[in-house]
Design a protein around this ligand. Structure first.
Ligand code: HEC
Length: 228
């Protein structure tokens, strides 16, 4: 008998064995099941959803007293509208100071986890999701994003904007503020694109396309010129 035929017999016997066992061990629904660790099934303390003779209302789970706010869930008194985004920009301030390096480092992690996929690690709108068909976000290094106040970016991270979804459910408010810090850091680290530089780049390209053999390096980069 070949190896695979043997294996088939073993498997057939195993299947028959399983059916036989489940028939033989068929539970009797009129009897209680075996209880493993009974202390976990019938706990000594009152359980969340059981009646409670000690607490008010006779219930174990109590409603929070009126007017209380759960830790970390401070309400944000802004709506998800463009006007409110502007108001957030005027009224909200980042609770972390710019020289809080720990918060900045955590902000990088938040950005890398939740923003980079669309905005790209450098903030230039070249994240994987954008590269694969999601509407490309504008560069966070562009003058427009540089001019957005911190509070406005916090509002965008909280409520979304246009095609960008809200991130309030994924990221706690403090972490959103840290991400704002990282956006500022990316902007500070990259020199702003000035109109003139863009023009020069286009000119250099035109030269290279038009006049064959022309030394393009000398047009855009005088430093390389000096080295020769
Ligand atoms: C699913 C992709 C996606 C993710 C994730 C995402 N964004 Fe965006 N973001 C966008 C898109 C698309 C826009 C452009 C929205 C529009 O139509 O105005 C945008 C716009 C922005 C803008 C406004 C830029 C401008 O010039 O108007 C900021 C600031 C911003 N995002 C910050 C963030 C931050 C911070 C995070 C992480 C907490 C984040 N985004 C996560 C897609 C994303």
């Amino acid at each position: 008998m070949s190896g695979s035929a043997k294996l088939n017999w073993v498997l057939l016997l195993a299947v028959i064995g399983v059916f036989a066992l489940s028939w033989y061990l068929e539970p009797d629904p009129t009897q209680r099941n075996f209880m493993f660790l009974p202390g976990m099934v019938s706990a000594v303390p009152y359980e969340s959803f059981t009646a409670n003779p000690v607490l008010a209302g006779g219930a174990t789970m109590q409603l929070p007293p009126a007017g209380t706010i759960a830790r970390g869930y401070a309400p944000i008194h802004f709506e998800a509208t463009p006007e409110e985004a502007e108001r957030a920009g005027r009224e909200l301030e980042n609770p972390f100071s710019a020289d809080d390096l720990l918060a900045l480092e955590q902000g990088e992690r938040v950005f890398e986890t939740y923003c980079q996929l669309c905005h790209g690690s450098g903030g230039e709108g070249d994240g994987t999701v954008a590269m694969r068909g999601f509407p490309t976000p504008p560069s966070l290094l562009a003058p427009k994003a540089r001019e957005l106040p911190d509070g406005r970016i916090f509002h965008i991270a909280t409520f979304g904007q246009g095609n960008m979804p809200s991130h309030a459910a994924q990221i706690e408010p403090e972490e959103r503020w840290k991400a704002v810090m990282w956006v500022r850091q990316l902007q500070a680290a990259a020199p702003p694109v000035i109109e003139e530089q863009v023009d020069e780049g286009v000119e250099a390209e035109m030269v290279s396309a038009g006049e064959e053999g022309e030394d393009i390096v000398s047009v855009s980069d005088p430093e390389v010129d000096d080295e020769r």
